[in-house]
Design a protein around this ligand. Sequence first.
Ligand SMILES: Nc1ncnc2c1ncn2[C@@H]1O[C@H](COP(=O)(O)OP(=O)(O)OP(=O)(O)O)[C@@H](O)[C@H]1O
Ligand SMILES: [Mg+2]
Length: 318
Amino acid sequence: MSKTLLSIGNLKVYYYTNRGVVRAVDNVSLTVSSREMVGLVGESGSGKSTLGYAIVRLLPPQGRIVGGKIVLDGKNLLELSEAEIRKVRGKEVGMVFQDPLTSLDPLQKVGDQLIETILEHLNVSKKEAYKMAAEALMEVGLPPDRLNSYPHQLSGGQRQRVMIALATALKPKLIIADEPTTALDVIVQDRIMDLLVSLKEELKTSIILITHDISLAAERADKIAVMYAGHLYEYAPSDEIVSKPLHPYTQGLIQSIPDVFVRKEIKEIKGNPPDLANPPSGCRFHPRCPYAIEKCAKEEPPIVNVGKERYVKCWLYT
Ligand SMILES: Nc1ncnc2c1ncn2[C@@H]1O[C@H](COP(=O)(O)OP(=O)(O)OP(=O)(O)O)[C@@H](O)[C@H]1O
Ligand SMILES: [Mg+2]
């Protein structure tokens, strides 16, 4: 068994808004092993990005971590000072954001952004940093002369590669990729995912792949964590999630994947996710669940272990 790299325990992340307290991540526990890719899936607003950014404590001002622990390689990230967590970002945990145009500086050449990141974290000369930046670009399949390009001079796929180069330049232990391919066409998406998988093998990193696309996660990730309305509802190896989804919500997500080769009836999950400032009582999925019983509206089910590396939060299995 591979060793645990990241362990999240009973994490609570709330947003304090004028509409009230939005409980975006509520009591979520999750572990990620070294060299493992975990797909974090769920509908829009389920708390995936909030969980991802909370790991490196990059939350907007209204967002606050109100409970739990986040342990990376034996170190509780929630106990670090602001200066210490800044060192963790980039060096130990790399981030790939959904939209490279908003996260790359439009006025700075790609190379300068890479070199700056390297110099910020490593005690190397400018010349060495330049060499490392060129290598990081080659690693993601871009010619080193792209160091001189500005972000707007690159295609969407190339920009995403630059983001990945930035995230991997310091060889972090963990990469958090938030919808890294959502804005790209399927061919470029495939190449970027190939790249992430090969970097995982080469750099021996772990990856948290945040995506609303459960079929992408099923294809690429080792495990899948299913979030709904701020709760973690199922966590299991990808092949088992696909062949035998346990939670009714996961079953709904799997049934809503269109299949190009087999003509099948696509069943959408009826209804909409709840407002997290005022979530339903009991199981937050119960208003949409075809199997809900009386208890589901009253009591929140615990997440329980139902097999090797399989966890589910549902009264049907408790
Ligand atoms: N800055 C914020 N202020 C207040 N509420 C927020 C803020 N950011 C997110 N939320 C709320 O927190 C919840 C979780 O949002 P989050 O962005 O984490 O979801 P997500 O699963 O990443 O969704 P998507 O697939 O659309 O990216 C939602 O209810 C959202 O409205
Ligand atoms: Mg998101």
